[in-house]
Design a protein around this ligand. Structure first.
Ligand SMILES: [Zn+2]
Ligand SMILES: [Zn+2]
Length: 338
């Protein structure tokens, strides 16, 4: 069997004809494998969804219990037969429940990473190297210029700023699924044990992470009472909110906020400037260039296929290193806030 016969791109996403399922489809389909809960990968309305129990819980929290007609939970490393095709999930290290989809049929094994990273994340299982024939990788930060610094160093910048500006609130924009909880966990690891305040939009997912055993320490809602003076309650405090909330009137309730943004894109100074970010924190849930290229070497596939992001640089690197590689040019995946 040719690899293209087992998995190939279609307008709805990657499709497996013998198994009759899609992986992270961008349109409603009869059966989907969902790698993780981010909105560009996990959409509501599929007939059946195969995903880790964590990912199914995240989808239910975001879209409501009726997000699919049939949930087909699949714990890491358990195998399921889908119309004669063997499917299993391996940890991707991206967010809680994130998985690589492993597809096996007639002696051919293909692995779809979904989004992934290699560095340590206290909120989810670490990426697992699965040797395979065809490795289908994301390429969000696939340019040599992308090098993510140590997460602890970035988090210490925030802690230093709190010491330096005890009279100012510290408003940290962080994607609601994964990044927010990860920033909180790393703050705790660096010894920050004050209550952390969270925007209402983060409550449900922080509760869900806790239900799945991730310790976030004491969290409080970032609400201000109408009486005067309460604004000062947030002096020297950390408030985590969705990136979009930083520039809204909601943010004006806090005293002279230092605006921070936790994102891999903060490596690009221009992006930080455009957003008016005073304290850029380069914290990414995606592999950087070194992690991407090291992962291809670790997996050592016969062919590398590249799904979304900076496909050309990654494919070029592979070819220079004597590998067979091709861009898939999938559309509909946006990792702007990650
Ligand atoms: Zn993602
Ligand atoms: Zn993505």
């Amino acid at each position: 069997m040719k690899p293209e016969e087992l998995l190939h791109p279609t307008p709805q996403g990657l499709y497996c004809p013998p198994g009759d399922f899609f992986i992270d489809p961008v349109a409603a389909v009869s059966r989907a494998i969902i790698t993780h809960g981010h909105a560009d990968h996990a959409r509501a309305g599929h007939g059946a969804v195969i995903g880790t129990p964590e990912t199914l819980a995240i989808m239910a929290a975001r879209y409501g219990e009726a997000f699919t007609e049939a949930r087909e939970p699949l714990a890491y490393r358990n195998k399921v037969d889908v119309n004669g095709v063997t499917v299993w999930l391996a940890p991707a290290g991206h967010v809680l429940g994130s998985a690589q989809a492993v597809i096996e049929h007639q002696g051919l094994r293909m692995v779809v990473t979904g989004d992934f990273k290699r560095r340590r994340d206290p909120t989810c299982e670490a990426f697992e190297v699965v040797p395979c024939d065809i490795f289908i990788s994301e390429a969000t930060f696939a340019l040599p210029v992308f090098h993510h610094p140590h997460t602890a160093e970035e988090v210490r910048k925030l802690i230093d700023s709190l010491r330096q500006f005890p009279e100012r609130a510290h408003l940290v924009g962080a994607y609601a699924l994964g990044k927010a909880q990860r920033v909180i966990c790393h703050l705790r690891e660096e010894g920050y044990d004050e209550p952390i305040y969270i925007h209402g939009a983060l409550q449900a997912l922080c509760d869900l992470y806790r239900e799945w055993g991730v310790d976030l320490g004491e969290l409080r809602p970032a609400t201000v009472k109408d009486d005067r003076g309460s604004k000062q309650d947030f002096a020297g405090k950390v408030i985590i909110c969705p990136p979009s909330a930083v520039q809204t009137t909601w943010a004006r309730r806090f005293p002279d906020p230092v605006t921070a943004f936790a994102s891999g894109w903060m490596r690009v100074r221009q992006r930080a400037k455009q957003r008016g970010v005073e304290l850029p924190l380069i914290i990414s849930d995606h592999a950087d260039w070194e992690e991407l290229t090291r992962t291809v070497e670790d997996v050592d596939p016969r062919e590398l296929w590249v799904t979304h992001g900076r496909e050309d640089a990654f494919v070029r690197w592979a070819e220079i290193n004597g590998r067979i590689a091709r861009p898939l040019r999938l559309v509909g995946y946006e990792d702007e806030n990650e």
